[in-house]
Design a protein around this ligand. Structure first.
Ligand code: P1T
Length: 461
């Protein structure tokens, strides 16, 4: 007998059977004739070892299927097919609970009864594993098309766990424009531990090669970057990383797997602050890492428990709920932010607007090639200085002056003194994170109201 399990989006097929070898080869042959030759084991080299794991005498084969996609999307990549179905069903099977609960229960227990000493049913202690966290991790992995998902107590917690992979003497290459907290973690926490970081402009790929040393272990990029929304070529960076046997981690917070799929573009790790669009309701701080490499996954799973950077079951349940509407929310954020960006671009008091969906964006073509769209983020320079920025910000009525992004409500902030105040003054000057640079997170309010609010606030400067 064989059992077949499909993951959404239609990407990974897992087959469980009591026999293996010839049967697997026969299944592969049949699937290839059905899908036109595009079906392969997740890791061809691992078919006999990793992919055919033996567990309770059941053999398991993971096969990757061609990704089915939908039609035209304004010149951007199509939206990933089956995304909302996966968000609603992956990891959520009611049959896993005795109660047949359709909405996964929140399991608050910090500890789990064992059958006999060191013989638990599945869970032992809440830090090492919890049903509410597992449900979310499985759902997140399916959304990113990843084999593994791990959740952490914050986005920075996820990056801290990654740092745990390295030791004194190791070197990190990091994009020059990243979230201020990431910059602070690498420069102020990792450096004293002997892990050095080079911050470089990754829009020029030749900078990477120049910076790679024998001790370089990882390239860390955000794309689009925070706050300047520079778009970096994930596939090209991943080719350089592979050539030098270095990991590539992409912070996918600004786009979510609905709009950008770093692992499919060659990245090893896709990292998120779930605090932002993924949760989308500005009421949870959490992070995640999604990946395919089983060895790195095992190390991170160890670090998640050993470093204790875990989220609460209640928070996991909230994020799991929020994922059900992620695709709908991202479409609206995307549409509204482009209208806001176009309005700002036509306004005489605005010096420059940065939005990857505008043809004036320097990497607009790359953006169309590598993403399914843009999020609700818009960055712009007003004509004037700090005092003009302050007058504009305090005149806004619908946009709350606050750090963070990706929630249903619109937010505005001044990166130079808020989210990026921890970036050195020199680095801010080079990057042009100046006092007239304003960042918007366009929310889900009626877009006409959002534009009217900007209009009236601009009239005061
Ligand atoms: O806040 P936390 O969940 O720890 O996530 C950190 C983080 C990581 N990566 C990116 C791209 C981020 O933007 C953030 C957090 N950013 C903000 C709070 C902000 O206002 O930009």
């Amino acid at each position: 007998m064989i059992n077949v399990l499909m993951d959404f989006p239609l990407k990974i097929l897992s087959i469980f059977t009591k026999s293996s070898g010839n049967l697997f080869r026969e299944i592969l042959r049949k699937l290839n004739s059905y899908f036109g030759g595009d079906v392969k084991p997740v890791k061809a080299t691992e078919v006999k070892t990793l992919s055919c794991q033996t567990s309770s005498h059941i053999h398991k084969l993971h096969i990757s299927l061609p990704i089915a996609t939908m039609g035209d999307n304004n010149g951007f990549l199509p939206f990933p097919k089956g995304f909302s179905t996966a968000a609603i069903h992956s990891g959520q099977d009611p049959e896993q609970w005795d109660s047949l609960s359709v909405v996964p229960p929140i399991v608050l227990s910090t500890t789990f009864k064992q059958h006999s000493p060191a013989n638990p049913k599945k869970y032992e202690y809440g830090r090492s594993g919890n049903p509410s966290r597992n449900v979310l991790e499985e759902c997140l992995a399916a959304l990113e098309g990843a084999r593994y998902g791990l959740c952490f107590s914050s986005g920075l917690g996820a990056i801290t766990a990654l740092l745990g992979l390295f030791k004194s003497g190791d070197h990190i290459i990091c994009g020059d424009d990243v979230y201020g907290g990431t910059n602070r973690l690498f420069s102020k926490v990792a450096t004293p531990l002997g892990i050095t970081t080079s911050f470089i402009d990754v829009t020029d790929l030749s900078n990477i090669e120049k910076c790679i040393n024998s001790n370089t272990k990882i390239i860390w990029i955000e794309t689009p970057t925070n706050p300047l929304l520079k778009v970096l070529d994930i596939k090209a960076v991943s080719e350089i990383a592979k050539k030098h046997n270095i990991l590539l981690a992409v912070d996918n917070t600004f786009l979510t797997p609905y709009l950008q799929r770093p692992l499919e573009l060659g990245a090893d790790l896709s990292v998120h602050s779930l605090t932002k669009y993924m949760n989308g309701h500005s009421d949870i701080i959490m992070g995640a890492i999604l990946l395919n490499n089983s060895e790195v996954h095992e190390k991170l799973r160890f670090l998640q428990n050993a470093m204790g950077i875990v989220p609460s079951p209640f928070d996991c349940s909230q994020v799991n709920r929020s994922l059900k509407t992620l695709a709908l929310r991202m479409k609206q954020h995307s549409q509204s932010s482009l209208l806001v960006a176009k309005f700002l671009e036509s306004h005489p008091k605005i010096e420059k607007v940065i939005h990857p969906g505008l043809p004036s964006h320097p990497q607009h073509e790359l953006c169309k090639k590598q993403t399914s769209g843009h999020s609700g983020m818009v960055t712009f320079y007003i004509k004037g200085g700090l005092e003009d920025s302050k007058r504009f910000l305090s005149a806004l009525k619908l946009y709350s002056l606050a750090e963070s992004l990706g929630g249903y409500e619109s937010l505005v902030e001044l990166p130079s003194v808020m989210t990026h105040a921890s970036v050195s003054e020199d680095q801010r000057r080079v990057l042009k994170i100046t006092d007239n640079l304003i960042r918007l997170s366009v929310g889900l309010e009626d877009v006409d109201d959002l534009i009217d609010d900007l209009k009236q606030a601009l009239s005061v400067i």
